[in-house]
Design a protein around this ligand. Structure first.
Ligand code: BGC
Length: 930
């Protein structure tokens, strides 16, 4: 008997150990460690930085039940599992994002090494993640021993860039060397002949009157024992050069923030014996303006005379006797903050596809793609020859470049050759928006590789993918992405080419959803929302664009649909990234905006104080095209404004709820209800007609939930009638276009939404694609064959606003939707809508909790859906079906499949709840022709 028991016991143990090793095998992997959204940042200036990671599971239902974080002050401590800064121990929690550091208080410069492990649903620990790190920045003003230095002359008459340098000796090779630097202007740093980092246009665009960003670079590999040199190039940038609209509006071509560019730099060295040294910008530095950059301007371009290069200027031993002593400024009022977002830099290059010579000696290169960045020139000419490189988005009929739509922006670089050898040039302190490049000044025909496009922008990770059986849709998605690449230049700009390039708030208010699907925008918006708050007027008005360089209390401020970005953007960031701090930081400013509107409009219809009142911008009333009913598309501006007021109040109430501010939540909920009532009373008939009777009016009212339930179906009907009136086209402006698409789908008229997105006739996305667009145009009729270009005063070919339809493509075609009850994709909804003649669609969104994949195809009477739900998340999945019993998952009835739970039937779909993992659904389908 006891033998039998022993055998049984042995068996049980054996089974248990097999299971244990299976669990071991199946344990999760911890990846993608981030600190404040960034990969291994070097200068964090928030004292409780937030950490996050992603999980990869191997089985369905993989989820985290606990985690442990270790933060150490040295690599070796971390490797020995010694969390001398913070060891959380095993924390029972499923959280993987927004986890605030709560260890030993962090001081300036503290270097932190960290790793994480996670326990899964079987209480099985993962391996430790790979090692990651961050470093604290300079937290106190007194940490800066460096001073602001520059050339003696301001950048008024002499606009050449300033070169600055100094030499220093080191006893030994430092253990670690970090340089903190910034500029009022734009700068590049060099140490011992090598460029420091690869960031462009640093310190980037902020309201320099309020704050200026500094950057930190690890330069351990660049310094050496003995003689060293540090040098900087300093250009005018946004600080002292031209800024969009300034020329036309405030009649100031340059020097908007100041006329004297300055640099600040502090190199900190840790020597092997533990001693520390600092080399700081001060009066010991030397400056010169005799160098090769004769002028540089963000809007106009750069002139570079290679004959003036000073070889060795950034190396030790250079003779700088003829240079001047640096001018030191005290009491600069700007506050230095570390850059919280990804730097501007670029890795993509575009080769010219063709080269033509429309006029003798005028060579035009086509890069095949409207892009933003600059060119690298590679050519040969005799010393002293100057070539001119002009950049344009379009060609005129005669094959020359079309530059009229650039208005006052020159977008022109000039290069003067120094030798008779092949030379290479790329400008430093400018950027251009272009597809075509005109090169003149060469005596001989250049080779096609004389021009290469160098693409750059704020370097967020691209996190979306979209691919379908329809080439035009794929092209549309690509055009949207390229437009986003071109307009994320430290701030979200309206356009990258003409003399504008401003952080127009209305444009990003509508594009934010698409933008977040395409790129990881959390850190970018953390930065830009500071610009937005810096630009808010005393009385609560948000600016029309941020930063706002022209006097924020006076002009370009307080417009419905533009100012609201100050509320909408933080809300969208919360939905996608679960970022409560973003809400907290923007809550009071949001309230001030609402109170500004309310105090000027006590009867809650936004009649007064609407600033420049752009309305539902670029609706069909602005089209110039015969044969299209181009009047009557615009929702009356007062109605548009009142709808935005209601929406913003609704969001502020929701923000208050998340932040646990109950009184405010109730107050703004009540305000929303009251505006809604006033709106209905003033503008809506008892039969649901909204004054103006526009597609836009119905779309926005539906989207913001402004109508009583009984009137919603009527509003949908009138919206459809409106589309009929425009011969199956949109008459909407940029605020209402994508909202109408979402409302069509939501109200059961997805067929019409597909029809609109598939339209090829004017106005439509397809029209621009058929006419060669490689980015999104500002206007539906930017160019019309036979008619030519729209008004040259406002005709960008790289404007993301009407690309906001990208959000509809992700939400409806791929069916990837967040769930507000469970922000940041802890739970989400997969609800694709097959149709529109598509045979398949597939794509992904790499969310803050990991990659969500969704794909479907229809063929031979079957719909197949492939879905991937990241570890530690769950999803509700809608499978179009007549009966839930018809749905198969990985060859089993879906209802009985592992990880799948049937919830309900809803509007012709079987709805399932699924755990993390990959799923393959199949169901009979008869809608192939839709
Ligand atoms: C910009 C827009 C912006 C608008 C304000 C334009 O010049 O390019 O996109 O929102 O002004 O109406």
């Amino acid at each position: 008997m006891s033998n039998l028991i022993n055998i049984l016991l042995a068996l049980i143990l054996a089974i248990a150990s097999v299971n244990a090793s299976a669990w071991q095998r199946d344990a999760m992997t911890v990846i993608e460690l981030r600190c404040e959204y960034l990969e291994e940042p070097l200068a964090i200036d928030t004292i409780e930085p937030r950490l996050s990671w992603q999980l990869e599971g191997k089985t369905r239902g993989a989820r985290q039940t606990a985690y442990q974080i270790i933060v150490s002050s040295t690599r070796s401590n971390l490797d020995a599992d010694k969390g001398d800064l913070w060891d959380t121990g095993k924390v029972t929690s499923n959280e993987t994002i927004q986890i605030s550091y709560r260890g030993k208080p962090l001081q300036s410069r503290q270097h932190c090494f960290w790793k994480v492990r996670a326990w899964d649903q079987n209480n099985q620990a993962s391996n430790w993640s790979g090692r990651s790190e961050w470093a604290m920045g300079l937290l106190k003003p007194t940490d800066w021993a460096a001073t602001w230095i520059g050339d003696r002359q301001p950048s008024v008459q002499d606009v050449s860039a300033t070169q600055l340098r100094r030499e220093f000796d080191l006893k030994s090779k430092p253990r670690r060397a970090v340089v903190y630097a910034s500029a009022l202007g734009v700068y590049e740093l060099y140490i011992n002949g090598r460029r420091v980092g690869n960031q462009m246009l640093a310190p980037e665009f902020t309201d320099y009157n309020t704050r200026t960003q500094y950057q930190a670079y690890d330069v351990t590999a660049l310094v050496r024992p003995g003689a060293n040199a540090i040098g900087a190039l300093l250009g005018d940038g946004w600080y002292a050069g031209g800024i969009g609209l300034a020329r036309s509006v405030i009649k100031k071509p340059r020097n908007i923030y100041g006329d004297h560019p300055r640099l600040i730099a502090q190199l900190e060295l840790e020597l092997p014996d533990g001693t520390k040294e600092q080399i700081v910008s001060d009066e010991k530095w030397r400056t010169s303006r005799e160098g090769p950059i004769r002028s540089s301007d963000i809007l106009d371009g750069e002139a570079y005379d290679a004959r003036r290069e000073m070889p060795g200027w950034d190396n030790a031993g250079f003779d700088d006797k003829k240079w001047n002593a640096a001018d030191v400024a005290s009491n600069m009022r700007t506050v230095l903050v570390s850059q919280p977002n990804e730097p501007i830099c670029g890795y993509r290059e575009l080769k010219a596809q063709s080269m033509t010579e429309p006029k003798p000696g005028v060579f035009v290169f086509d890069l095949g793609q409207n892009m933003v960045g600059r060119c690298r020139l590679k050519a040969k000419a005799s010393s002293g020859t100057t070539v001119t490189i002009k950049h344009a988005e379009m060609l005129s009929d005669d094959g020359t470049i079309y530059t009229e739509n650039l208005r006052a922006a020159q977008q022109t670089d000039k290069y003067t050759f120094r030798s008779n050898e092949v030379e290479s040039f790329e400008p430093h302190f400018t950027y251009h928006g272009f597809r075509y490049v005109e090169l003149t000044g060469l005596k001989t025909r250049p080779a096609i590789d004389a021009i290469t496009g160098r693409v750059f922008h704020s370097q967020m990770n691209e996190v979306g993918a979209f691919f379908t059986s329809d080439e035009a849709l794929n092209k549309l998605w690509s055009n949207i992405l390229w437009t986003q690449r071109g307009n994320m230049m430290s701030i979200p700009t309206d356009c990258p080419q003409r003399d504008e390039r401003l952080g127009w708030m209305g444009d990003i208010q509508i594009f934010v959803g698409t933008g977040i699907f395409n790129m990881d925008m959390a850190a970018f918006f953390t930065k830009w929302m500071r610009d937005v708050r810096d630009a808010q007027a005393e009385d609560g008005r948000f600016a029309d664009f941020s930063p706002h360089p022209f006097g924020k209390d006076k002009i370009f401020t307080g417009v419905p649909g533009w100012g609201d970005a100050g509320i909408v953007v933080p809300w969208r960031v919360w939905q996608q990234y679960g970022d409560k701090r973003m809400l907290a930081e923007n809550f009071d400013s949001g309230k001030r905006w609402i109170e500004f509107i309310r105090s000027n409009n006590p009867n809650l219809l936004w009649k007064n104080k609407r600033g420049n009142d752009y309305g539902d911008w670029l609706n069909s009333d602005t089209l110039i095209y015969e044969g299209f009913p181009n009047k009557g598309g615009q929702v009356p501006k007062e109605i548009f404004a009142t709808m935005m007021f209601a929406y913003a109040s609704d969001l502020v109430s929701r923000m208050a709820t998340v932040l646990g501010k109950e009184d405010d939540a109730n107050k703004y909920r009540q305000l929303f209800d009251d505006i809604r009532a006033a709106f209905n009373k003033a503008y809506v008939t008892e039969h649901g007609r909204i004054q103006g009777d526009t597609q836009a009016g119905y779309a926005i009212a539906l989207h913001f939930n402004l109508l009583p339930e009984r009137l919603r179906p009527l509003a949908v009907k009138y919206m459809l009638e409106g589309i009929d009136r425009y011969k199956g086209h949109m008459s909407t402006g940029f605020h209402s276009t994508y909202r109408m698409m979402l409302e069509l789908t939501g109200s059961g008229h997805n067929d019409i939404a597909y029809k609109l997105i598939n339209n090829r006739s004017f106005p439509s996305w397809g029209y621009s694609i058929d006419n060669g667009a490689t980015t999104i145009w500002e206007r539906w009729d930017g160019y019309v064959k036979g008619r030519g270009f729209q008004d040259k005063g406002m005709n960008s070919f790289n404007h993301y606003a009407i690309g906001a339809v990208g959000e509809w493509m992700y939400r409806v075609i791929l069916g990837i939707n967040n769930d507000d009850e469970h922000p940041a994709y802890e739970h989400f909804v997969i609800h694709p809508y097959p149709g529109g003649g598509l045979k398949f669609a597939r794509g992904l969104y790499d969310s803050v909790r990991g990659k969500i994949e969704s794909g479907w195809s229809v063929a031979a009477g079957k719909l197949r859906m492939n879905i991937k739900v990241p570890a530690n998340t769950t999803a509700t999945v809608y499978v179009p079906a007549k009966d839930s019993r018809d749905v198969i998952e990985s060859n089993k009835p879906a209802k009985t499949a592992a990880g799948v739970k049937f919830l309900k039937m809803e509007n012709g779909s079987a709805v399932f709840l699924v755990e993390s993992g990959s799923y393959f659904f199949e169901v009979a389908y008869d809608g192939e022709k839709q």
